[in-house]
Design a protein around this ligand. Structure first.
Ligand SMILES: Cc1ncc(COP(=O)(O)O)c(C=O)c1O
Length: 470
């Protein structure tokens, strides 16, 4: 792949990356590259910048840009992406098309919990692809049921959602929430056939997805406005505001959805007091309580589900999951109580792809691996390493770095300014991080990230912050 680089750039990049790995370091490499130069100032500046960085963003004349420009006219422009083109992954690392290596603290937005291309996962993927991929929900296969049973058993064993009883398997987080909303609406209709019990409550700052139902529960003008009007009957409450709960959750409420930790919303954590009060109110008015653990679940907080530490009375009636459930393969699931399951009839909901044997066998593997107590203990230990380093950043950059939020390996570092320059400076030094909420840096790495990788990444982040403030 290195052959795709223009020759001069390639030899400089190779020399620099070799130097970066040796004791010389990238800055020393710059000195030797530019010392004897009589090039124009602007070119020297570019060389200086590129040579001082391990992975400078590919330029407009790079192989990456050529590929992106070739494809761009054919892609609906729903994303603004940075220049690198990723072609390979292993563990916590990604490689771009120009053969540069990046430490990935994003895990595909909290998806690749076992890292990129986990060998066990890849083996199962290949094996099941040779056996049976899809035969539709019109027929039985061994894996939809096996995954459903495992999810229920492991959830109960972990002391989470004690009433978990049955599972609906789908293809994504939005679809899981869409199903949960429909199940709540159906439950409301069964309880009150007049249809008056149809309101659906969610909270400010939440993110539940992009389909019209899940979007209607995502009360954020940025996402809703272009597509209004939303589905009727969706009501917004205030996250962590215990006093306001009875105003929004009423006899008209059929369902309430809440993230125990809001990921997109800036890694905001629900208080135990709020979730207990919300659950009590749901029971009082006969509304279904839904926990959206699409981002924060699947061992990311050090327990199988993020609500695992809560008293039983605050356990949900429905739990939605996706993301890490497939480690990158599209799959989502909705766990429901017996009471909810009893209210859903044949034909009420369905999916063509959801529950196919390939996705379900992979998800079965993921649930097995992420239920391991040792893996979960390690998540908490790694979280402490991150937090220690965040404290160091706060001490060094007190006017920029604020509080740390979250649990386990879903962590938010609050900045006082737009983190975009830091994100770019980190990427150009070989570290991928993402943002969330307002000025929050979000850390959702692979759960198998090593202590050494965490320290490497945070060394890079520290350099990147320093560079943006120079
Ligand atoms: C909490 C939460 N719910 C739902 C979704 C939507 O999931 P998907 O993008 O798989 O549809 C996301 C995605 O970021 C999420 O973080």
């Amino acid at each position: 792949m290195a052959m795709m680089l223009p020759l001069a750039r390639q030899s400089l990049a190779l020399a620099c990356s070799r130097a970066a790995r040796s004791s010389l370091g990238p800055r020393r490499c710059f000195a030797s590259a530019s010392a004897a130069s009589n090039l124009a100032d602007s070119i020297q500046q570019t060389i200086k910048r590129d040579a001082s960085l391990l992975n400078p963003d590919p330029k407009s004349d790079s192989p990456s840009a050529a590929l992106v420009n070739d494809h761009a006219p054919y892609m609906v422009a729903t994303y603004a992406r940075p220049p690198p083109v990723f072609v390979q992954g292993e563990g916590s690392w990604l490689w771009d098309i120009e053969n540069r290596k990046y430490l990935d603290f994003t895990a595909g937005i909290a998806v690749t919990a076992l890292g990129h291309c986990d060998p066990g996962f890849t083996k199962i993927l290949a094996d099941q692809a040779k056996t049976l991929v899809h035969a539709s929900n019109l027929y039985y296969n061994p894996w939809t049921g096996a995954l459903s049973k495992l999810l229920v058993e492991k959830t109960r064993e972990a002391g989470c959602m004690h009433g978990a009883q049955a599972v609906f398997v789908c293809n994504s987080g939005s679809e899981a929430n869409e199903a949960a909303i429909k199940f709540a609406r159906k439950a409301g209709k069964v309880v009150d056939p007049s249809g008056a019990k149809h309101e659906f409550v969610s909270f400010n700052n939440a993110f539940h997805g992009r389909t019209m139902g899940s979007l209607s529960a995502t009360h954020n003008p940025k996402y809703q406005k272009p597509f209004s009007p939303m589905v009727p009957g969706f009501v917004q409450g205030t996250y962590n505001d215990v006093a306001r709960i009875p105003d929004v959750v009423t006899e008209k409420t059929c369902g309430v959805i809440v993230e125990p930790i809001q990921g997109e919303g800036g890694v905001q954590t629900a208080t135990d007091e709020f979730l207990v009060a919300l659950a009590r109110r749901c029971r009082e008015v006969g509304a279904v309580l839904i926990y959206d653990e699409i981002q924060c679940g699947m061992a990311r907080t050090g327990t199988l589900w993020a609500h695992g530490h809560l008293p039983k009375e605050a356990h949900p009636d429905i739990l939605t999951t996706a993301k890490a459930l497939g480690n990158g393969f599209p799959v989502g699931a909705v766990l429901v109580s017996q009471d909810v399951s009893d209210k859903i009839n044949v034909g009420d909901h369905g999916t063509t792809f959801g529950g196919n044997p390939l996705a379900c066998r992979l998800a079965h593997y993921m649930v097995t691996r992420l239920s391991e107590p040792e893996l979960q203990r390690d998540v908490l230990a790694k979280s402490r390493v991150f937090r220690g380093r965040f404290e160091r950043l706060r001490a060094r950059f007190p006017d920029l770095v604020g509080e740390t939020r979250g649990r386990g390996l879903i962590l938010g570092l609050q900045l006082t300014q737009d983190p975009a320059p830091v994100v770019q400076a980190a990427r150009e030094r070989g570290l991928l991080v993402i943002t969330a909420g307002t000025n929050t840096l979000r850390f959702v790495p692979s759960l198998l990230v090593t202590e050494d990788e965490i320290n490497q990444g945070l060394d890079i982040l520290e350099d990147a912050i320093a560079a943006t403030r120079a």
